[in-house]
Design a protein around this ligand. Sequence first.
Ligand code: C2O
Length: 546
Amino acid sequence: AMVVEHTFNVGNLTVRRLCGQQVITAVNGSLPGPTVKIHEGDKLIVHVHNHSPYNMTIHWHGVFQLQTGWADGPAYITQCPITPGNSYTYKFNVTGQEGTLWWHAHVSVLRATVHGALIIRPRRGRSYPFPKPYKEVPIVLGEYWDADIMEVERQALATGGGPNNSDAYTINGQPGDLYRCSSNQTYKLDVVQGKTYMLRIINAALNNQLFFKLAGHRFKVVTIDSSYTEPYDTDVIVVAPGQTTDALFTANQPIGDYYMAASAYSSAPGLPFANGTTTGIVHYNGATSARPLMPVQPAANDTITAHRFYSNLTSLTTGPHWLPCPVVIDDQMFVTIGLGLAACGGNNNCTNPFGSQYRFAGSMNNVSFQFPSRLSMLEAFHFGVNGIYTEDFPNRPPIEFDYTNRALNSSIPLMVTSKATRVKKVKFNATVEMVLQNTALINIENHPMHLHGFDFYVLAQGFGNFNRTRDSRKFNLYNPQERNTIAVPVGGWAVIRFRANNPGVWFMHCHLDVHLPWGLATAFVVENGPTPETSLLPPPPDLPQC
Ligand code: C2O
């Protein structure tokens, strides 16, 4: 194993995009930030210096952080933020996972521009479970705002409404030449005819799932999140915010230029998404510049295509880190996820369709997650401090109702949530099953749910209300896909399982950024195991204090 070391200087960066310029927060003066490349088994050390005017933390999205929860990054969950002018060093080993992950700010909306790729190659001396590609290319999909993103957030929180739509989607920070003033802002990939390339696709967008295509070419998906898949042949890839997909393509078309393109998958009518399609150009060596061939993107509301892709993926059971899915379950949970209303309170001017008394809220089992502010939850766990959270997150919703029938459910009492920091406590090594059930109380939509600290198996997913008698027959216990982020189908459900073999406090939340401050989140507290090797390490001396 080797040590890979990086320094992240977070600060202001002036960028020219679309037809104007904007000061953004970025790492080492680039958007996206630096690509971190390691091998499975390596130790990663990243010194983060916060020169920005904002509080900062960095999350290593999808990294297990075995025993090192102090390096996980979500603000007030595992650490207090790094205040302006201060530093923190993240140190952790990366074991038991390979593929593409990413890092991003985990405080306010700063991940819009503070993010980059984290590439985990096979352990030194080992190879991929597929032929080695000629080249590997990170494709970071994002969103760009003409306005100051912090201003956009302030507005959204003040009015209790949604965020402004972004002004463009981006590929590796560039909108692409189909957007205004952007012909010099187009990502280009040079390829050699006949060679095979691996695209490491990351959805770093704040609020939208994306369809990704490459004109004239097909993909073979080989990894999702950081788990190998049974190779899956497709011409379209769907990625939810938080998810990653590694896909091979062979440059087997006539010499020429081809667009890669990403456009919104918006799961239900009325949901916000940005206009337009971001493009990059795949340029075959020797091609003379002609107009690139454009793929036909699925319609923004094409749930059938999204669901086909999401639900057809399976694990590669011969992969190097694959473990069978647990069949005996210690903790069974049924959890509703969705939007509701919280009492407005204070001086907030709540202007939403439900009047000035309420603002939008997100909830899980009708609890809207409240971030602590005076101590991180992980410190409370480690030092046994009471009063930061309670261990009474419910295993079931307070009432059962027809979750996905919108017409029946639009009654205010059903929609009003309670705000609290309630967590689910589990024993070390317990096996946990969660049925994630979307609700249609206010909006009907697909929520990408992300669990920190673990990969989970996705046993089944479907539409409507989950029915155990009927739907447990569809459980794939043989080769279920493993992920850290599951896009729970619009007006539907997904069943996941994981083994709680990682002591600490692990955040779980919707990765649509606007739903996080609204409270669509909870956390798992996993007790220490019986030995020092199965217990959380002590906090590093430079852990930021609140
Ligand atoms: Cu990628 Cu808690 O997030």
